[in-house]
Design a protein around this ligand. Sequence first.
Ligand SMILES: [Fe+2]
Ligand SMILES: [Fe+2]
Length: 189
Amino acid sequence: MIPTREEAMELLLKYNESEALIKHALQVEAAMIHFAKVFDEDVDKYSIVGLCHDLDYEKYPDEHCKKTREILEAEGWDEEITRAIVSHGWGLCSDEKPESKMEKTLYTIDELTGIINACCLLRPSKSVLDLNLKSLNKKFKDKKFAAGCDRDIILKGINMLGLEKNFIFEETIKGLQERAEICGLKGNL
Ligand SMILES: [Fe+2]
Ligand SMILES: [Fe+2]
């Protein structure tokens, strides 16, 4: 079955208490929703995949993605959703390679939203609303900044999508701006 967003949220909160992880889930969701619109794909599916992509990370960090597959299979979620979620760990904790547009999008924007979140926290406004492409590019190039966010994964994902880096960066910023309040990036603006 394809869960509703409410069901996906309920499951997320069942397995996650960390405010930072829930915020990350909401940010990835925001970017996914935006790209579903850009690509004319299914907004609800992109939303759920974004929300639940790190479902198991808080409780089972050593079994990341594997445990999510178990949980979602037990919940009876569609393989399309489960596979999309699991494939974001390709090369790290999953053998399933991103193939569909939804999978490639998630793979690309997961680490990218992490960098954007770190950029926002540094700004006087603490907001994504006044963040532009130029500042994001500057921080992206500075490998010491948000060093935990793997630039190579982002570039690999963009390559898989066959799109321009600046286009992806700009659209990801837009996605987070559209849901700034929901995903904790409104800051003091
Ligand atoms: Fe993950
Ligand atoms: Fe993530």
